[in-house]
Design a protein around this ligand. Sequence first.
Ligand code: SF4
Length: 64
Amino acid sequence: MAKKVRINKDNCIGCGLCNATVPSVFEWDDDGKMKAVVNVVPAGEEDAVDGAAADCPTAAIEVE
Ligand code: SF4
């Protein structure tokens, strides 16, 4: 079952860490915060996205 990913914009502080580690999933939005450019985590990126979620300083990345 594919994982889903989203950014909780209320929590994101725009530190850029997730974009630096998984640029295929996380991109800068116009508001200076991050957005997930896919809803479903691409095959092969699951571990990287899990890591980004774990490393996010404000727990803004939600993976389910
Ligand atoms: S790591 Fe977290 S706080 Fe930093 S840009 Fe990504 S979602 Fe925002």
